[in-house]
Design a protein around this ligand. Sequence first.
Ligand code: SF4
Length: 885
Amino acid sequence: MSDEVRTTCPYCGVGCGVLVQFDDSGAIVKGNPEHRSNLGRLCSKGAALGETLTLDGRLLKPKLHGADCDWDTALDQVAGRFKAVIEEHGPDAVAFYVSGQLLTEDYYVANKIMKGFIGSAKIDTNSRLCMSSAVAAHKRAFGADTVPCSYEDLERTNLIVITGSNTAWCHPVIYQRIKQAKLDNPGLDIVVIDPRKTSTCEIADLHLPLKSGTDSVLFNGLLVYLNDHGEINKLFVDSCTENLEQTLAAAYESAGRIEDVAQQCGLSVEQVNRFYTLFARKEKVVTLFSQGINQSSSGTDKGNSIINCHLLSGRIGRPGMGPFSITGQPNAMGGREVGGLANQLSAHMDLENPQHRKLVQKHWGSPVMADKQGYKAVEMFEAIHAGKIKAIWIMATNPAVSMPDNRRVREALAKCEFVVVSDCMEKTDTTAYGHVLLPATTWGERDGMVTSSERRISRQRAFREAPGEAKHDWWIISEVGKRMGFKDAFSYASPREIFVEYAALTGKENNGSRDLDISALADLDDQAYEQFRHLQWPVTFKKPGGTTRMFEDGRFFTPSGKARFVPITPRAPANAVDPTYPLVLNTGRVRDQWHTMTRTGRSAKLSAHKPEAFVQIHPQDASRYGVGDGELVKVSSRWGDITVRGKVTEDVVAGTIFIPMHWNNQFSSQGGVGAIVNPDTDPVSGQPEFKHTPVHIQSAKPAWYGFLLSRRRFDMTSQNYWSLSKGRQLWRYEIAGDEIPGDWAAHARSLLCAHDEDVAWMEYFDAGARRYRAARMVGDQVESCIFIGPDHQLPNRDWLMGLFDKPALSDQEKAFLLSGRPGDKGSDAGPSVCACFGVGRNTIIQAIKEQKLLSVDAIGKALKAGTNCGSCIPELKALLETGQS
Ligand code: SF4
């Protein structure tokens, strides 16, 4: 094993420090106890990082029109075609679509070449989909995109308001810190504002299941309440803020009475009153907000409605207080810092500011400088569709899945004259459209910086060689820059050289006038860069140890130095009323998957928790629309339709449904929710409305349901419905069809590609009941099995999947294989609950009953479940009730 390497988790914006030891047999991954973001903790995704280091599916060579080529050919093609398009159509005819997965150095050079050398701002990032409304709200209120708080504020506060965030699943280590803070401080109250009853509600003292899209009404009402009850920090408001009068007028207009607020938000007066009273009474309040606020056609206003309340009560710039936007991606913050968005310049400077443009241009020594905003993400793909953009380079992201109305995005990419995709994976829904594919390095192979939600800059470090011919993104972009004629500006030998150039830019003519200043890092030499641990920016010569909290001096980055209240007139979500589509679709993450599953979908541990795309439906709606739990459900919107597994639950309120965002055509024929998501955007931030799409549901009514488990992976493209997930020794397919095959055996053999007659083949067919089951044995090992029936009531997959771990089945197991259950003498662990230790539902319930377990701690002692990342604890609590009843 290698020495322990300190690096940072590549998933969410918490930015957990990770310790890795690696050799060819695998990796040992642990949380870094010295890292201030996580203090040694990891969630299920971070803990399973070692499992995702496989080279299976990696893009290992450059490809030109589907054929392998060498790097020179690929780079010459990219540079040549981009130059030709620019010469013929101008610089605005080319674009980059980049990603919060890139490291800061990659992001910096992509932005530099587009804005300073091509001379266009046609660069945008998938962070537009994630937190651009928070950026816009910060800029409106503070004059800069400044996150005021630190994670330690969560431990120093008396009230945490979590709004628009299922923190337990999406930022699990922040959730763990909050949970511990609550144990340590019984005076800490937690309010969760979310239309869904999520796992985060497990720690809530108050859950407000507000009506989708009414957040600004709720916070305008809070502003009114604070004002009416004299909960104003007058000294702070008078000396450090402006624009209160107009803001209060707008708030009284929309939310003057608690009764009106309650009615508009679909809450009781008591619920609203309790929230407002808590906020007013607790001196220290942190409001944690995320995609539920940002992903809206009024996301910027929602952000400002929260910030307004913190400004009025002076709850900002002091320990344990502040509005705290938490980012989705590992380096969304780094991208914001180096100007990855189409409306920003590097180092938090403004594209519209001539002095800033001049300053950046001089620092880069560039021949030109973009002087007007480029297209924001949704506009960018529309411009491709309209033929205005003729060449696009997509880096480290999968817009064919993640964009709203993604069928339109796919059309745009199919029409585009020249599409370049840099990715670590060969087959994604987006690489399918690439004329040139460039193999990029990924986590564990690359070096650079990332910034977490609390402004903490950390190192990602390589601990293994780049496989095949994969190259670092900064190198690929720089090589194209050199070939486009910008040799001097892109002759970097290492990411350190890029980082120090960027760090120096942050200090240029700054003197405290801009929030982002890391000029104290501009002289890092190779050794210092290599040894860099983590610091929160600003990092200046006055504050070389970084800055925990912003605005402690009451000075902001507006021209007046005062924070601005922003008047908010709440708007209903775009397309809110549509009788054809009477339900509201909300989207989000599941606990154990990351984005479009290109990495986490390859982990058996992480795939066990939610193996198939699903829709959560309230029982009233299920009954109204004739949909049953476990059935396939067709979900339709104005933009398309998809088919996913129905889960009937009271975790969503009646009138709304929830579908996770992760599934795509590599893992599912019809589960990609982006195909039906509303592409309307916020007029200020350009962030799409992912949380509110009018939809209709109906039972998909397939003629048959089935599942297939196999050690081999199949091409399922001819199959009507299929969904794929990874098991330990197998692939699991959920399947369904609209037509009953004439010959089940032939159909099953064709699905299993099993035409070799000499292999043992066990079959069971009940023509009357329309049930077909078969297993293919190689020696005493099960190689594959298939179960088909007229409805979704099929055997539990978990026991069958466990049989694939066995080198030889016992006679008992063989005898019961086609019954799909272990028989009297066997046991079935049930569906996975604890991903870290692979503990199933049945095992837990059995232990609760037999060992009379009364607490989550007792389950942990008995089975280890819940003792690592803790992400499954809410489910363990629910099972305690089931097991004890
Ligand atoms: Fe990674 Fe989990 Fe930490 Fe997020 S919370 S950075 S996914 S370990």
